[in-house]
Write a protein that binds this ligand. Structure first.
Ligand code: SAH
Length: 342
């Protein structure tokens, strides 16, 4: 039945949490996600093409939203699906499930994943679309890991869809736009607005980057294995090496992520990088305080660090350090930039 007692209330939640869940109440955000075909079709392929995995299984859909993934799982033969979502969109999901004749196969629970009582002690498969901008913004992965540790069957045969995520970085030439976004504050109607320039610089920009702007090879900085990763691993400080493809300037670093469903018979993957089809995640642009001059064949070495913000764990504190292998005293050789994603 598509019912189930409604657990947790919003009363005890910090304002930032209420704001987060409210942002998923409206159908508009779900429309954007459903219309992202790279995203939704990848989940659909991963589930539909593997009925041998889903047949007769109990599936948990963490953050089910409009219940699209739950319905995919039923179509692939799942015995029962439990969908959990804190947002009021789940009330519409109940109507959608009913309209599609799946109420006896899908149980929808409104509440926080961490607080609801599931009607099954454990589940065979967890499906979830938890990825935020820069992969980790909004920190919903914590919730998936919580569900994994609490509910995924303990005999090692439980599956997670998807189960792998990799963060990539590259350097880009973006003088014109950087001027427009950052340089703008140098002179606003004749006034010095540079205090706002600093603020603008510390805010990563979610935007579509043209492939031709990319000056370096992509570098995989971090791969997350959802079976083994621990919540504390999501605060990290890792090295990167950007191999420069052409002589140019670097105005910004960009980051994106790839996702993999490796349990599939034929693994399903998708990328949110600048080299492939648009997704609503676009790419994340980190403008550098300096402009780097780079030559083909050089390497920019650095470190990317990221941790949840102390005051609001859904925000991210990100730092980028870089160092060039140049001897040329006329060129900027190293730097350190701090960003807040909120
Ligand atoms: N699975 C849907 C929606 C993905 S968006 C789809 O693929 O279209 C993520 C959803 O997770 C949002 O609706 C949000 O409200 C929900 N969510 C995030 N954290 C949650 C938590 N801790 N408990 C319950 N729901 C959560």
């Amino acid at each position: 039945m598509a019912t189930g007692q409604d657990a947790s209330s919003a009363e005890n939640m910090p304002h930032s949490e209420v704001h987060y869940f409210n942002s998923y109440n409206h159908h508009g955000i779900h429309e954007e996600m459903l219309k992202d075909e790279v995203r939704t079709k990848s989940y659909r392929d991963a589930i539909y093409n593997n009925p041998h995995i889903f047949k007769d299984k109990v599936v948990l859909d963490v953050g089910c939203g409009t219940s699209i993934l739950s319905m995919f799982a039923v179509k692939a033969g799942a015995k029962h699906v439990i969908g959990v979502d804190m947002s009021t969109i789940i009330l519409k999901a109940r109507e959608i499930v009913e309209a599609n004749g799946m109420s006896d196969k899908i149980t929808l629970l409104q509440g926080k994943m961490e607080e609801v009582q599931l009607p099954f002690p454990e589940v065979d498969i967890i499906i979830s679309e938890w990825m935020g901008y820069f992969l980790l913004y909004e920190s919903m992965l914590d919730t998936v890991l919580w569900a994994r540790d609490r509910y995924l069957r303990k005999d090692g045969k439980g599956l997670i869809f998807p189960d792998k995520a990799t963060i990539f970085m590259a350097g880009i030439e973006d003088g014109e736009y950087k001027d427009e976004k950052i340089g703008f504050w140098d002179n606003v109607y004749g006034f010095d607005y540079t205090p706002l320039k600093m603020t603008a610089l510390t805010e990563p920009l979610v935007d579509s980057v043209e492939l031709k702007a990319v000056v370096s090879d992509p570098c995989a900085v971090m791969t997350i294995d959802l079976y083994t990763v621990k919540p504390e691993d999501l605060a990290f400080n890792l090295p990167f090496n950007l191999s420069i493809r052409r002589t140019d300037y670097i105005h910004a670093m960009i980051a994106w992520f790839d996702i993999e469903f490796s349990a599939c018979h034929k693994p399903v993957r998708f990328s949110t990088g600048p080299h492939t089809k648009y997704t609503h995640w676009k790419q994340t642009v980190f403008y550098l305080a300096d402009v780097l001059t780079v030559e083909a064949g050089e390497t920019v070495k650095g470190r990317l660090s990221c941790k949840p913000n102390q005051n609001n764990r859904r925000d991210l504190d990100i730092e980028i350090d870089y160092k060039m292998d140049t001897q040329d005293p006329g060129r900027i050789a190293e730097g350190h930039c701090e960003y807040k994603m909120c």
